[in-house]
Write a protein that binds this ligand. Sequence first.
Ligand SMILES: Nc1ncnc2c1ncn2[C@@H]1O[C@H](COP(=O)(O)OP(=O)(O)OP(=O)(O)O)[C@@H](O)[C@H]1O
Ligand SMILES: Cc1ncc(C[n+]2csc(CCO)c2C)c(N)n1
Length: 255
Amino acid sequence: MTSWNVEFLQANAPASQRALIILNQPFSSPLFHRLWNACKWRCCADGGANRLYDLFSRPEFKGDTDFRRLFLPDLIKGDLDSIRDDVRRYYESQGVPVIQDDDQDSTDLMKCISAVEEKEQVEEAPRNDVILLGGLSGRLDQTIHTLSYLHKLRKVRPRVFAVTDDNVGWVLDEGEHIIHVDHDLLGLTCGLLPVGISSTILTTSGLRWNLTEHPSSFDGMVSTSNHLVLEEKEVRIKTTRPIWWTAELRGSGLV
Ligand SMILES: Nc1ncnc2c1ncn2[C@@H]1O[C@H](COP(=O)(O)OP(=O)(O)OP(=O)(O)O)[C@@H](O)[C@H]1O
Ligand SMILES: Cc1ncc(C[n+]2csc(CCO)c2C)c(N)n1
């Protein structure tokens, strides 16, 4: 039984063995701060550095405190075709390593996951949980890439979460799972998406529309617009093949 929760979204979650990868997509300041604080190591994927830099130009960060300097990433990595010159100069001047990898067969997300792996090898550290800030919205090719890449990574790195202001999602590998639900953070809507598999057999509990040994496939039944049940604190899912789990975030839960 694999156990899951989204405590990294809680206010004042203790920084744990987690790595944050900031992708090049819009995000809110409350979401950013929760994920930043929950992670011990932070990396910007190429143009993700622009997003981080620009966050601190917003009116709420005006004043005497140099917030930008308080939130320096540990690394910026990618093919660097998206990071702006001013942003690159700023972070380099602050001592942030900026690593260019010109490979045109791998995405900036893949390059940053490799960086997490290299860091763990050098430090002989246990495997991090990885949190992607972004990855589930924006360009459809990039979104499908996120779904595909996390699916392919699941055996070597099973705990990678993608988080946007609207959704959190991750891959449940074949087997049994228990998801501890914090209703202050999660909204009602959730889904079980059979992407990358021909079909799976699902058994669930804790959902409004549960399934018992029910087939699910891309060209058959897909459980979208399902609901969490407010009275239930956990969802149990048994799947014979890997499946994507997504849940809506309660926007007001983060403010
Ligand atoms: N429009 C978008 N929609 C969704 N995700 C995006 C989008 N743009 C970038 N990303 C994510 O942010 C990462 C860094 O993006 P960046 O804009 O720097 O590079 P890119 O050249 O568009 O992406 P890549 O080089 O990885 O193909 C990408 O690898 C991808 O995961
Ligand atoms: C079949 C095939 N399709 C697309 C690309 C393009 N591509 C994929 S990842 C990447 C890097 C982006 O930073 C680029 C340009 C390719 N190489 N091979």
